[in-house]
Design a protein around this ligand. Structure first.
Ligand code: 6PG
Length: 479
């Protein structure tokens, strides 16, 4: 047992839990760790976790007994029933005022419910987004905590110490309180949805450059390297650049060419799409990105269809350098539309749930540590600082200007993709969203007429208030 009570306990020593525990220990905190399988705990405390401020525990009782009060117990286990089981086991062991923290990719409504249940037992509950993968957990993740507000001052010193740091002096933590209930998990879910959009857009840009501009992997690595020095500067562009340089040790080929084109998913992008549909928030890009993964998974069918269904030859573009630059501009424009959709959905969820979210702060949380970290998050933070009530990011003067300038390239890239038959669903939906959003009048007038015609669903008029119904067949007879 440790000489002094531990600052925090951590349950679940899979790779994320292990790395987070090491990160916490590396900042000087004393940490007690527990894993359901005792040998995992023992292996950790005899190996990477063999440190004077790491205490291995064989039971949850031991873990709780090792903690300073008010106790803080962080769960790093698979999201879902395991969290509920652990909460049920921990509650009788803990005391009022203690804090249970869930660091998994949890469905926001589960955190809403658990916050209520744990608060009803007199304790505090936090559902925190943790982004940055294994390396982020070890060296500094982006953390998005929400739940019982009274828990924040208790966990803040640890959370802000372990989080990634940004800013000119490298001292601004990518961690701040998000809000009540499941709002932290909601912000993480939107982060992941944006991650899906960013990744799919990059993949579509890759397909366009490979087929449309005829670029080789080496050329692609150079293009992405260049893009990473400009407005697209981001973690995902950086790793994409690196991926194009890596060779398969077995064959000597570029490894990317040996990877099966069938994408997996763990579900957070799907959640964002489902919740967008529930809210009526047009998060079209994440939804297309989720479906793009579903379509990729139909590998066998696609192989069969490739010899049945006709399409144009994906010819090389006449001006590869010019086209490459247009793809860069289109990618940036599409990225702005994607983040705009994410923030719009957050605002819609906040309105529904009664959360007061600080969108500038959320953009700041994502500037370091996380998968979507990018230079352009500074611009988003600045846009919300200038107008905290911004309805849509695309309306921020700086972004409206960028979009106006990028339009010709954006349209050309989408049109070229359609002409040469390269599937770019997220690029296409980004432009459709932009065009849909900027039109004062859409053809929904006709849609309302149709609904009223066949179902007497009524419609509103442009020239007088109220809801109206027309006997369309009667008027039709008079035509
Ligand atoms: C992060 C990631 C992470 C996510 C993976 C896998 O922020 O570190 O978002 O939480 O689980 O990226 O997501 P998919 O398997 O759904 O692609």
């Amino acid at each position: 047992m440790a000489q002094q009570p531990c600052d925090i306990g951590l349950v679940g020593l899979a790779v994320m839990g292990e790395n987070l525990a090491l990160n916490i220990a590396s900042r000087g905190f004393h940490i007690a760790v527990f894993n359901r399988t005792t040998s995992v705990t023992d292996a950790f405390t005899a190996g990477r976790g063999k440190l004077p401020n790491v205490v291995g525990c064989h039971t949850l009782e031991q873990l709780v007994a090792a903690l300073a009060k008010p106790r803080k117990v962080m769960l790093m286990v698979k999201a879902g029933p395991a969290v509920d089981q652990l909460i049920a086991t921990l509650l009788p062991l803990l005391s009022p005022g203690d804090v249970i923290i869930d660091g998994g990719n949890t469905y926001p409504a589960d955190t809403d419910r658990r916050t209520r249940e744990v608060e009803a037992a007199g304790l505090l509950y936090v559902g925190t987004g943790v982004s940055g993968g294994e390396e982020g957990a070890l060296k500094g993740p982006s953390l998005m905590p929400g739940g019982s507000a009274a828990a924040w001052p208790l966990i803040k010193p640890i959370f802000q110490a372990i989080a990634a740091k940004v800013g000119p002096a490298g001292d601004i933590p990518c961690c701040d309180w998000v809000g009540p209930g499941g709002s932290g998990n909601y912000v993480k879910m939107v982060h992941n949805g944006i991650e899906y959009g960013d990744m799919q857009l990059i993949c579509e840009a890759y397909a366009l450059l490979k087929h449309g501009a005829g670029l080789s992997n080496d050329e692609l690595a150079r293009v992405f390297d260049g893009w990473n020095r400009g407005e697209l500067d981001s973690y995902l562009i950086e790793i994409t650049r690196d991926i194009f340089t890596v060779r398969d040790p077995d064959t000597g080929d570029h490894l990317v060419d040996r990877i099966l084109d069938r994408a997996g998913a763990k579900g957070t992008g799907k959640w964002m799409s489902q919740l967008a549909l529930d809210l009526g928030a047009p998060s079209t890009m994440v939804t297309e990105a989720v479906f793009a993964r579903s379509l990729s998974a139909l590998k066998d069918q696609r192989v069969r269809a490739s010899s049945v269904l006709a399409g144009p030859d994906m010819r090389s573009h006449d001006d590869p350098a010019g086209f490459t630059d247009q793809v860069r501009r289109a990618l940036y424009a599409a990225k702005i539309a994607s983040y705009a959709q994410g923030f719009v959905q957050l605002a819609a969820a906040a309105a529904e749930q009664g959360w007061q979210l600080d969108y500038r702060s959320i953009a700041m949380l994502w500037r370091g540590g996380c998968i979507i970290r990018a230079r352009f998050l500074d611009d988003i933070a600045a846009a919300y600082a200038a107008n905290p009530k911004l309805e849509n990011l695309m309306l921020a003067p700086s972004f409206a200007k960028v979009l106006a300038a990028a339009q010709p390239a954006w349209r050309h890239v989408v049109a070229t993709a359609a002409t040469i038959g390269v599937p770019v669903p997220v690029f296409m939906s980004s432009l459709a969203y932009y065009d849909g959003y900027r039109h004062a009048r859409l053809p929904a007038n006709l849609l309302q007429a149709q609904r009223d015609y066949f179902g007497a669903h009524t419609y509103e008029r442009t020239d007088k208030p109220g809801s109206h119904h027309t006997e369309w067949l009667e008027l039709r007879r008079k035509v």
